[in-house]
Design a protein around this ligand. Structure first.
Ligand code: PGA
Length: 256
């Protein structure tokens, strides 16, 4: 078993500040075979982050990607463009993309399957809103978000896929989800994967991360769960010290 921590910087830190933080992270953390670290800066900071991380095994990637290689898609960035910079992964379907930019399950799945086809790792974000949870719709929403990517998945591609469960109500709110609630949804995802995918293309469920207000103070019980393979971290990933603290907690949990 191994863990993965993804730092999602969102729309924070331009090129020079991003490069500085990546240098600080590199000097503070040495990823092990136990816990991987991936960093997702804004597009314009990727180059500098790449320079700062040269020679380290911390990976970097982007917060979104288009499914076409080039063309008239104003404001979008393609897989070959990201690969040219050395990106090895993309985040897709973040709840902020869904909420503020109207990204649907189909759009998210198109982005993800193009990246998987190009052998880029994909952090595929799913999760319910507070309203959906209150109506008891969590599992239905998760299922609807998973279906289009499962439908497009080809054998072998699952090894590039990471599922990130991020209840929208927990993101940036300071309200981390209770461990039992995280476990219930992660178990549901595993069962659903087994029922729908394993029987047809015989693949194990990908890693499942949790995201939403993860900080060093609340992370230990979350990562101690056998159902949690890591975290997608927003705010706390903007500090090398906090990321290092999360890394140490993850390493300690692997030894439990
Ligand atoms: P947060 O963001 O850690 O700041 O809540 C999480 C995320 O957006 O994935």
């Amino acid at each position: 078993m191994s863990h993965l921590l993804i730092g999602n910087w969102k729309m924070n830190l331009g090129s020079s500040k991003g490069g500085e933080l990546a240098t600080a992270i590199r000097e503070t953390i040495t990823p092990t075979s136990g816990t991987d670290i991936w960093i997702a800066p804004p597009f314009t900071s990727i180059s500098n982050v790449s320079n700062s991380l040269k020679g380290s095994n911390i990976k970097f990637g982007s917060q979104n990607v288009h499914w076409e290689d080039h063309g008239a898609f104003t404001g979008e960035v393609s897989i070959p463009m990201l690969k040219e910079l050395g990106c090895t992964f993309v985040i897709v379907g973040h709840s902020e993309r869904r909420k503020y930019f109207g990204e649907t399950n189909n759009i998210v799945a198109r982005r993800a399957s193009a990246a998987l086809r190009a052998e880029m790792y994909v952090a595929y974000c799913i999760g319910e809103t507070l309203e959906e949870r209150a109506k008891g719709q969590t599992n239905t929403i998760i299922q609807e978000q998973l279906d289009p990517i499962i439908y497009h998945l080809r054998p072998g591609e699952e090894k590039f896929l990471v599922i990130s469960y991020e209840p929208a109500w927990a993101i940036g709110s300071g309200n981390v989800a209770p461990v039992e609630e995280i476990e219930k949804v992660h178990q549901f995802i595993k069962d659903y994967w087994k029922d729908t995918v394993t029987s047809s293309i015989r693949t194990n469920c990908p890693k499942i991360l949790y995201g939403g207000s993860v900080v060093p103070e609340n992370f230990a019980p979350i990562i101690a769960s056998n159902l949690v393979d890591g975290a997608l971290v927003g705010g706390a990933s903007l500090s090398a010290q906090k990321l290092k603290a999360l890394f140490d907690i993850s390493e300690a949990a692997l030894k439990l």
